[in-house]
Design a protein around this ligand. Structure first.
Ligand SMILES: Nc1ncnc2c1ncn2[C@@H]1O[C@H](COP(=O)(O)OP(=O)(O)OP(=O)(O)O)[C@@H](O)[C@H]1O
Length: 209
Protein backbone atom coordinates (compact mmCIF):
# COMPACT_ATOMS: atom_id res chain seq x y z
CA UNK A 1 0.00 0.00 0.00
CA UNK A 2 1.42 3.41 -0.91
CA UNK A 3 1.22 6.23 1.63
CA UNK A 4 -1.13 9.12 0.81
CA UNK A 5 0.85 12.14 -0.42
CA UNK A 6 1.58 14.74 2.24
CA UNK A 7 -0.57 17.83 1.67
CA UNK A 8 1.29 21.06 1.05
CA UNK A 9 -1.11 22.91 3.29
CA UNK A 10 -3.49 21.59 5.90
CA UNK A 11 -5.92 23.50 8.13
CA UNK A 12 -7.42 21.70 11.11
CA UNK A 13 -10.23 23.48 12.94
CA UNK A 14 -8.68 26.80 11.94
CA UNK A 15 -10.41 29.88 13.36
CA UNK A 16 -9.61 33.56 13.55
CA UNK A 17 -11.12 35.81 16.20
CA UNK A 18 -11.39 39.58 16.58
CA UNK A 19 -12.27 40.79 20.07
CA UNK A 20 -13.21 37.20 20.91
CA UNK A 21 -15.73 37.09 18.04
CA UNK A 22 -15.04 34.55 15.28
CA UNK A 23 -14.29 36.09 11.88
CA UNK A 24 -14.22 32.63 10.34
CA UNK A 25 -13.94 29.00 11.23
CA UNK A 26 -13.52 26.38 12.23
CA UNK A 27 -12.19 25.50 8.77
CA UNK A 28 -10.81 22.13 7.73
CA UNK A 29 -9.08 21.63 4.41
CA UNK A 30 -6.08 20.11 2.70
CA UNK A 31 -4.36 21.39 -0.40
CA UNK A 32 -2.00 19.16 -2.36
CA UNK A 33 0.52 19.90 -5.09
CA UNK A 34 -1.35 20.27 -8.37
CA UNK A 35 -4.57 21.51 -6.72
CA UNK A 36 -6.57 24.72 -6.98
CA UNK A 37 -8.94 25.77 -4.19
CA UNK A 38 -11.58 28.47 -4.52
CA UNK A 39 -12.34 30.31 -1.29
CA UNK A 40 -16.05 31.15 -1.33
CA UNK A 41 -18.09 33.45 0.87
CA UNK A 42 -20.03 36.69 1.00
CA UNK A 43 -18.57 40.15 1.63
CA UNK A 44 -17.11 40.21 5.11
CA UNK A 45 -17.07 36.42 5.53
CA UNK A 46 -13.31 36.43 6.17
CA UNK A 47 -11.75 35.42 2.82
CA UNK A 48 -9.06 38.12 2.90
CA UNK A 49 -8.46 37.45 6.59
CA UNK A 50 -7.92 33.75 5.78
CA UNK A 51 -5.45 34.67 3.03
CA UNK A 52 -3.55 36.92 5.42
CA UNK A 53 -3.42 34.13 8.01
CA UNK A 54 -2.09 31.70 5.38
CA UNK A 55 0.48 34.27 4.26
CA UNK A 56 1.71 34.49 7.84
CA UNK A 57 0.60 38.11 8.23
CA UNK A 58 -1.93 37.37 11.00
CA UNK A 59 -1.48 34.85 13.76
CA UNK A 60 -3.75 31.86 14.27
CA UNK A 61 -6.11 32.04 17.23
CA UNK A 62 -7.47 28.51 17.23
CA UNK A 63 -6.75 25.31 15.38
CA UNK A 64 -3.71 24.22 13.43
CA UNK A 65 -2.08 25.13 10.17
CA UNK A 66 0.55 22.86 8.66
CA UNK A 67 2.92 23.43 5.75
CA UNK A 68 4.44 20.22 4.37
CA UNK A 69 3.48 18.40 7.57
CA UNK A 70 4.91 20.81 10.13
CA UNK A 71 3.35 23.87 11.77
CA UNK A 72 3.34 26.76 9.33
CA UNK A 73 5.88 29.35 10.37
CA UNK A 74 6.48 32.31 8.13
CA UNK A 75 10.25 31.77 8.16
CA UNK A 76 10.13 28.13 7.03
CA UNK A 77 7.64 28.77 4.24
CA UNK A 78 9.45 31.94 3.17
CA UNK A 79 9.75 32.02 -0.59
CA UNK A 80 7.44 29.01 -0.99
CA UNK A 81 4.23 30.97 -0.47
CA UNK A 82 3.44 34.14 -2.39
CA UNK A 83 0.47 36.38 -1.58
CA UNK A 84 -1.18 38.66 -4.10
CA UNK A 85 -3.76 40.72 -2.26
CA UNK A 86 -5.53 44.06 -2.58
CA UNK A 87 -2.19 45.66 -1.74
CA UNK A 88 -0.06 44.55 -4.65
CA UNK A 89 3.27 44.81 -2.86
CA UNK A 90 4.82 47.07 -5.50
CA UNK A 91 6.91 50.15 -4.78
CA UNK A 92 5.27 53.02 -6.68
CA UNK A 93 8.46 55.03 -7.23
CA UNK A 94 10.23 52.07 -8.81
CA UNK A 95 9.59 50.64 -12.26
CA UNK A 96 8.07 47.18 -12.83
CA UNK A 97 11.55 45.95 -13.81
CA UNK A 98 13.11 47.30 -10.61
CA UNK A 99 10.29 45.84 -8.49
CA UNK A 100 10.76 42.43 -10.07
CA UNK A 101 14.53 42.54 -9.68
CA UNK A 102 14.07 43.15 -5.94
CA UNK A 103 11.68 40.16 -5.75
CA UNK A 104 14.19 38.01 -7.67
CA UNK A 105 16.99 39.15 -5.33
CA UNK A 106 14.93 38.09 -2.31
CA UNK A 107 13.37 34.87 -3.58
CA UNK A 108 15.23 33.84 -6.74
CA UNK A 109 13.86 33.13 -10.22
CA UNK A 110 12.16 30.17 -11.82
CA UNK A 111 14.32 28.26 -14.29
CA UNK A 112 14.40 30.02 -17.63
CA UNK A 113 12.60 33.11 -16.30
CA UNK A 114 13.87 36.63 -15.76
CA UNK A 115 12.24 39.96 -14.92
CA UNK A 116 12.09 41.26 -18.50
CA UNK A 117 10.60 38.00 -19.80
CA UNK A 118 7.99 37.90 -17.02
CA UNK A 119 6.92 41.46 -17.91
CA UNK A 120 6.65 40.54 -21.60
CA UNK A 121 4.49 37.54 -20.73
CA UNK A 122 2.00 39.68 -18.80
CA UNK A 123 1.74 42.22 -21.61
CA UNK A 124 3.83 45.02 -20.07
CA UNK A 125 6.35 45.39 -22.89
CA UNK A 126 7.05 49.10 -23.27
CA UNK A 127 6.17 49.82 -19.61
CA UNK A 128 9.16 48.12 -17.99
CA UNK A 129 10.83 51.37 -16.97
CA UNK A 130 7.80 53.54 -16.06
CA UNK A 131 7.33 54.28 -12.36
CA UNK A 132 4.63 51.90 -11.13
CA UNK A 133 2.59 54.80 -9.72
CA UNK A 134 2.05 56.02 -13.31
CA UNK A 135 0.58 52.71 -14.48
CA UNK A 136 -3.16 52.04 -14.71
CA UNK A 137 -4.81 49.81 -12.11
CA UNK A 138 -4.84 46.89 -14.55
CA UNK A 139 -1.21 47.44 -15.52
CA UNK A 140 -0.22 47.47 -11.85
CA UNK A 141 -2.09 44.20 -11.41
CA UNK A 142 -0.20 42.76 -14.38
CA UNK A 143 3.12 43.84 -12.84
CA UNK A 144 2.14 41.99 -9.66
CA UNK A 145 1.17 38.92 -11.72
CA UNK A 146 4.62 39.03 -13.33
CA UNK A 147 6.07 38.49 -9.87
CA UNK A 148 4.13 35.20 -9.65
CA UNK A 149 5.69 34.12 -12.92
CA UNK A 150 9.16 35.14 -11.84
CA UNK A 151 9.67 33.76 -8.33
CA UNK A 152 9.75 30.01 -7.70
CA UNK A 153 6.94 29.88 -5.10
CA UNK A 154 4.89 26.67 -4.78
CA UNK A 155 1.69 28.09 -3.27
CA UNK A 156 -0.05 31.12 -4.71
CA UNK A 157 -2.55 32.96 -2.50
CA UNK A 158 -4.58 35.13 -4.87
CA UNK A 159 -7.14 37.49 -3.36
CA UNK A 160 -9.44 38.79 -6.12
CA UNK A 161 -6.82 38.26 -8.86
CA UNK A 162 -9.25 39.30 -11.62
CA UNK A 163 -10.02 42.73 -10.14
CA UNK A 164 -9.15 45.62 -12.51
CA UNK A 165 -8.28 43.31 -15.40
CA UNK A 166 -9.78 43.42 -18.89
CA UNK A 167 -10.82 40.21 -20.63
CA UNK A 168 -7.29 39.55 -21.86
CA UNK A 169 -6.02 40.02 -18.31
CA UNK A 170 -8.64 37.61 -16.99
CA UNK A 171 -7.56 35.04 -19.59
CA UNK A 172 -3.95 35.69 -18.55
CA UNK A 173 -4.72 34.88 -14.89
CA UNK A 174 -6.45 31.66 -15.95
CA UNK A 175 -3.48 30.71 -18.15
CA UNK A 176 -0.99 31.42 -15.36
CA UNK A 177 -3.06 29.34 -12.94
CA UNK A 178 -3.37 26.42 -15.34
CA UNK A 179 0.37 26.38 -16.01
CA UNK A 180 1.21 26.68 -12.31
CA UNK A 181 -1.20 23.96 -11.20
CA UNK A 182 -0.27 21.75 -14.16
CA UNK A 183 3.39 22.07 -13.15
CA UNK A 184 2.75 20.79 -9.62
CA UNK A 185 2.09 24.12 -7.91
CA UNK A 186 -1.00 24.93 -5.86
CA UNK A 187 -3.22 27.96 -5.43
CA UNK A 188 -5.99 29.36 -3.25
CA UNK A 189 -8.12 31.93 -5.04
CA UNK A 190 -10.89 34.24 -3.87
CA UNK A 191 -13.10 35.78 -6.51
CA UNK A 192 -16.52 37.35 -6.68
CA UNK A 193 -16.61 36.65 -10.41
CA UNK A 194 -16.72 33.27 -12.08
CA UNK A 195 -13.34 31.56 -12.23
CA UNK A 196 -12.93 29.86 -15.57
CA UNK A 197 -10.29 27.25 -14.89
CA UNK A 198 -9.84 24.40 -17.34
CA UNK A 199 -7.31 22.37 -15.36
CA UNK A 200 -9.85 20.17 -13.51
CA UNK A 201 -12.57 20.70 -10.93
CA UNK A 202 -11.26 22.98 -8.16
CA UNK A 203 -11.75 22.28 -4.48
CA UNK A 204 -14.14 24.69 -2.75
CA UNK A 205 -13.46 26.15 0.69
CA UNK A 206 -16.66 27.68 2.04
CA UNK A 207 -16.27 30.36 4.70
CA UNK A 208 -19.79 29.61 5.95
CA UNK A 209 -20.97 26.05 6.63
N1 LIG B 1 -8.13 45.45 10.11
C1 LIG B 1 -9.35 45.09 10.54
N2 LIG B 1 -9.76 45.44 11.77
C2 LIG B 1 -10.96 45.08 12.24
N3 LIG B 1 -11.84 44.32 11.54
C3 LIG B 1 -11.48 43.95 10.30
C4 LIG B 1 -10.23 44.31 9.75
N4 LIG B 1 -10.13 43.75 8.50
C5 LIG B 1 -11.31 43.11 8.30
N5 LIG B 1 -12.11 43.22 9.38
C6 LIG B 1 -13.44 42.62 9.54
O1 LIG B 1 -13.28 41.20 9.40
C7 LIG B 1 -14.37 40.65 8.67
C8 LIG B 1 -13.84 39.85 7.49
O2 LIG B 1 -13.22 40.75 6.56
P1 LIG B 1 -12.51 40.22 5.25
O3 LIG B 1 -11.90 41.38 4.57
O4 LIG B 1 -11.63 39.06 5.60
O5 LIG B 1 -13.76 39.65 4.41
P2 LIG B 1 -13.88 39.19 2.90
O6 LIG B 1 -14.62 37.89 2.88
O7 LIG B 1 -12.53 39.18 2.26
O8 LIG B 1 -14.78 40.35 2.29
P3 LIG B 1 -14.95 40.93 0.78
O9 LIG B 1 -15.64 39.85 -0.01
O10 LIG B 1 -15.80 42.13 1.01
O11 LIG B 1 -13.59 41.26 0.25
C9 LIG B 1 -15.27 41.82 8.28
O12 LIG B 1 -16.35 41.86 9.19
C10 LIG B 1 -14.39 43.03 8.43
O13 LIG B 1 -15.13 44.15 8.84
Amino acid sequence: MTAAPLPLLEARALSFLRQDEPVFGPLHFQLHAGELALVEGDNGSGKTTLMRVLAGLLHIDEGELHWRGTPLVRDTSQGEIVFLGHQLGLKGDLSPLENLRIAAGLHGCRNGMDAAKALREVGLSGYEDEPVRQLSAGQKKRAALARLLLVPATLWLLDEPYANLDRHGIALVNRLLETHIGGGGAALVTSHGAVSFHGGEPQRIRMHA
